[in-house]
Design a binder for this molecule. Structure first.
Ligand code: HEM
Length: 457
């Protein structure tokens, strides 16, 4: 008998527009869902010039063009001020938004805290967060995992930053972050119409109000942690920030420490929680792959993880996370403002133009991937370095590539391993869950999952 070849899972996605959207149609669609605003041509064409509400721009999906904008010609571009409008209240002058010499100095000072070796010292924090996640789910058979992962990744990043769990001030911070990321962080019409940093300043007031509460909560956590253990013991990221020295051997000023902590919290917990949500959703739809992932995890259970090397015992788990990052990139859109003339794959761009690079489009592009919409974790199995793959940029590329990529991968493997080693996960209903991109790529609704405890012999 012929071996049965099962069809790969094609997970839900927003409907693709039948034709290119007009300016106002596109503005409306962008505000509702940044990944739902594309027409077919986005998935077939590598370079798309556009003019959006009078703003000239270029969508670059060509891998050589992406490498040029984010990498070799990075100095000719900067983040558009619209990104600052949205994020500055919660990240201040931290690494995400600074430019030029200040950014270069900050990146150099922070890089040692994010090397794989440094991330390895944070593994006990991720394991404690995984343990808390699994214990919190015990006895529940129907769970909103989107909320659960928000709590778990906040817990993981708070432990990694301050050696503290997400209770007390930490839980308060989580509530502010959720309010911000699901409310004020959404792109509004004033952001799309603004042509200079101060335009429509009145529309930024609500962001500043919540941002001030956020920064107060971050400062309280730093103060509490410093009062607890003023001596640097190298046990968490705050220790690394306090130990960091700039090129002249000076420690980072307190305000910068606060902004870097705000940045790591804001950039680190929502993105990773989205990755875990979508990975679990895919595995709930593909129970055969879920069973294989669980079998792999149970041969080397999470409580035995001591080093990053140990995580190589879970190659399929890692491939599932990579395939999830491809299909549901938590940061689905990057943009750059042109500050010096350039030519990208034959298209001339000049100061004022905006470049859009969308991992969502690139990862689902028909010219760049075989079976682009199918969930096929095997495509990453045995791949020595997925980060070198031309059309795979979930963490960006070039000098401003995500500094937290190793952190996020280790944390996600441990949290997913902690969940799947204890529970079988299924959807509680059959309705599709559609990705919606505002600041990160979340679900259009928060579905319940059914959990069945695994009996371990
Ligand atoms: C799955 C999880 C994550 C994803 C998908 C992700 C994605 C990204 C992307 C795409 C960028 C580049 C943006 C651009 O070039 O415009 C970025 C930058 C950044 N990420 Fe992440 N990130 C994740 C987790 C984290 C974590 C855990 C941290 C910190 C603990 C972090 C901190 C940062 C910072 C500080 C930057 C700015 C780097 C710079 O400009 O030099 N991220 N991230």
């Amino acid at each position: 008998m012929d071996a049965q070849v099962s069809k790969p899972l094609i997970p839900p996605a927003p409907k693709v527009h039948a034709r290119d959207l007009t300016d106002l149609g596109a503005a409306w669609a962008m505000m509702r869902n940044m990944v739902g605003a594309w027409s077919e041509s986005g998935f077939d064409t590598l370079m798309i010039p556009y003019n959006f509400l009078g703003q000239p721009g270029l969508v670059v999906s060509d891998p050589a063009g992406v490498r040029q904008v984010l990498g070799s010609h990075a100095a000719r571009y900067r983040r558009p001020f619209q990104i600052s409008r949205i994020l500055r209240p919660i990240v201040g002058d931290g690494l995400l938004l600074t430019e030029g010499e200040i950014w270069r100095r900050q990146r150099k000072a922070l890089a040692p805290a994010f090397t794989p070796k440094a991330v390895e010292t944070l593994l006990p924090h991720f394991m404690a967060a995984g343990q808390t996640l699994a214990e919190g789910l015990a006895g529940q058979d129907r769970v909103n995992l989107s909320e659960t992962f928000h709590r778990a990744t906040l817990d993981a990043v708070l432990r990694a930053l301050f050696s503290r769990a997400a209770s007390g001030e930490g839980a308060q911070l989580g509530k502010i972050a959720r309010d911000y990321l699901q409310g004020q962080a959404n792109v509004n019409l004033f952001d799309l119409l603004a042509r200079a940093p101060g335009d429509f300043g009145f529309a930024e007031r609500p962001r500043r109000t919540v941002g001030a509460r956020w920064m107060t909560a971050v400062t309280a956590l730093i103060d509490a942690r410093r009062a607890d253990a003023p001596q640097s013991q190298g046990r968490d990221l705050l220790d690394s920030l306090l130990a960091a020295r700039d090129e002249d051997g000076r420690p980072l000023p307190d305000l910068e420490i606060r902004d870097q902590c705000g940045t790591m919290l804001a950039a680190g917990f929502e993105t990773t929680s989205r990755l875990l949500f979508w990975a679990t959703y895919l595995l709930a739809l593909d129970s055969a792959t879920q069973a294989r992932v669980r079998a792999e995890i149970l041969t080397f259970p999470p409580d035995r993880i001591r080093s990053l090397e140990d995580l190589s015992a879970w190659p399929l788990t890692r491939s599932v996370l990579l395939e999830t990052l491809r299909l549901y990139p938590p940061a689905p859109m990057m943009s750059r403002e042109v500050i010096a003339e350039d030519e990208i794959q034959g298209c001339k761009v000049s100061p004022g133009h905006v470049i859009t690079i969308s991992p969502w489009l690139i990862h689902r592009h028909r010219k760049l991937w075989d079976q682009p919409t199918a969930f096929l974790p095997e495509r990453f199995m045995g791949h020595p370095s997925p980060w070198g793959m031309d059309a795979f940029i979930p963490f960006g590329a070039g000098p401003r590539v995500c500094i937290g990529a190793s952190f996020a991968m280790a944390e996600s493997q441990i949290l997913l391993g902690s969940l799947l080693s204890r529970f079988e996960v299924n959807m509680a209903d059959d309705r599709p869950v559609i990705p919606v991109a505002r600041i990160s790529l979340g679900p259009d609704r928060e579905p319940d999952f059914r959990l069945t405890p695994i009996r371990r012999t």
